[in-house]
Design a protein around this ligand. Structure first.
Ligand code: BGC
Length: 413
């Protein structure tokens, strides 16, 4: 590829995090309880993670020096509303300072209102699987909008309802660690849909100038053999349940939910072959394409899949933000190469007509990767877990250059 590949003016370059990934000292949520019960596969603790609850100023200053002009973060519900209907003024003030610092650093905040963690009181009531869960969530949503809305550039109501329901109620890797609980997963998805719709209405009313969306995870399901109808059927069924949530008797695409923009989290995909022995998984056996490299998570890496996802979203004719994309690897040279390749695909998608307005890399810092603790390295910035010292990786410098020039260089530097 030759010639300059520029991104649209005003394109947002940022990184994505959730509170529990980076903040530390987050003890009033279900993930902390889960950790105390031995739920983290590596035995690691999310305290202090990157200690960003205290170090947010220096972290944001660093990201600004890396030319980020936006940042995706979550506001921790369990801090703001430690007991039902009880709001902690000091914690609201803390997040005000966080958002003000982003503003001072010239970074547009995208604020996620639920990113995998829930207050212990909510989890004890059955969490998102319980009847009325969406109503229990709304007072928090409204309070944050009222108090902090003027400092927010984008709302992201929920992070990845599909992965959340799957990991918590089917695979057992996230709290409440149910396995094979199809009814539970169904209820979670149904309640999250209600929660998103109610939050969309409330936020649109309270902060009409702030676009509202949801970050949907797109795991591509591809037929193992394109020419085989049964494989196409199995892949289609797997994609159907990956992409939708229930609304009464219907299953609606999450990307067609009320939203002002489309938020895409994309990392990987699977091949799916029809198999009668996999009835529980929609008659599909999922596996990695044998010819593709994998990340440390054992997820296949194929940068062109991002373009495929964007091509599908393009038809919905809404602004798109890539709300997460990245690579788990300890070999940062691979991340440098990945950035060039995947951003090249993003640029091509824009040339195809996709209205992509921003890219949030996952993640800014190496951080606490849920059940995998500190074993997965997604960051542009390394963190020394003993001293909390930050070191910008070569990939961080590449990202900074791309963000600064708002274009892709012809070759790897
Ligand atoms: C989630 C992140 C997570 C990342 C890597 C995404 O599914 O939104 O919270 O850390 O994947 O596993």
């Amino acid at each position: 590829m030759s010639g300059e590949r520029r991104f649209p003016d005003g394109f947002l370059w940022g990184c994505a995090t959730a509170a529990h990934h980076v903040e530390g000292n987050n003890h009033n949520c279900d993930w902390w309880e889960f950790e105390q019960r031995g739920g983290i596969l590596t035995g690691d603790s999310a305290d202090p993670a990157c200690d960003q609850y205290r170090r947010f100023r220096e972290d944001f200053q660093l990201l600004r020096r890396m030319n980020n002009n936006a940042h995706r973060l979550s506001i921790e519900w369990s801090r703001i509303e430690p007991a039902p209907g009880e709001f902690d003024v000091a914690q609201i003030e803390h997040y005000r300072q966080v958002l003000l610092e982003l503003r001072d650093q010239g970074m547009a905040p995208m604020v996620t209102l639920h990113h995998f963690t829930s207050p212990i009181w909510f989890a004890r009531q059955g969490g998102w699987a319980a009847a009325g869960a969406h109503e229990a969530w709304l007072p928090f949503v409204r309070r944050v909008a009222d108090e902090l809305g003027e400092l927010v550039a984008f709302w992201c109501t929920l992070n990845e309802p599909n992965i959340y329901a799957y990991q918590g109620w089917l695979a057992g890797e996230f709290p409440p660690a149910h396995r094979g609980d199809l009814r539970g997963a169904y209820r979670v998805l149904a309640n999250m849909r209600r929660g998103h719709e109610a939050a969309y209405d409330a936020l649109s009313r309270l902060t009409p100038a702030v676009p509202v969306g949801v970050a949907q995870h797109k795991w591509l399901m591809l037929p193992a053999t394109r020419g085989r109808r049964r494989d196409r059927f199995a892949a289609g069924a797997a994609q159907f349940f990956m992409d939708r949530w229930p609304a009464g008797r219907r299953w609606l695409r999450v990307v067609e939910a009320p939203a002002d923009y489309l938020g895409l989290n994309h990392y990987t995909g699977s091949l799916v072959a029809f198999s009668v022995r996999h009835a529980g998984e929609g008659f599909g056996r999922r596996f990695n394409p044998p010819d593709l490299p994998v990340s440390d998570f054992d997820w296949p890496v194929e940068p062109s899949w991002l373009r495929t996802c964007l091509e599908q979203l393009r038809r919905l004719r809404k602004p798109i933000y890539v709300t997460e994309n990245g690579l788990a690897t300890t070999d940062d040279r691979r991340r440098v190469e990945f950035l060039h390749d995947v951003l090249g695909q993003l640029w091509l998608a824009i040339q195809d007509g996709a209205d992509v307005r921003g890219y949030f890399h996952f993640s800014s810092h190496d951080n606490f990767e849920w059940a995998r603790g500190y074993s997965m390295r997604f960051g542009l910035v390394g963190v020394d877990w003993k001293t909390q010292e930050r070191t910008v990786k070569p990939s961080g410098r590449v990202f900074a250059q791309i963000a600064q020039s708002n274009s892709l260089p012809e070759s790897l530097s």
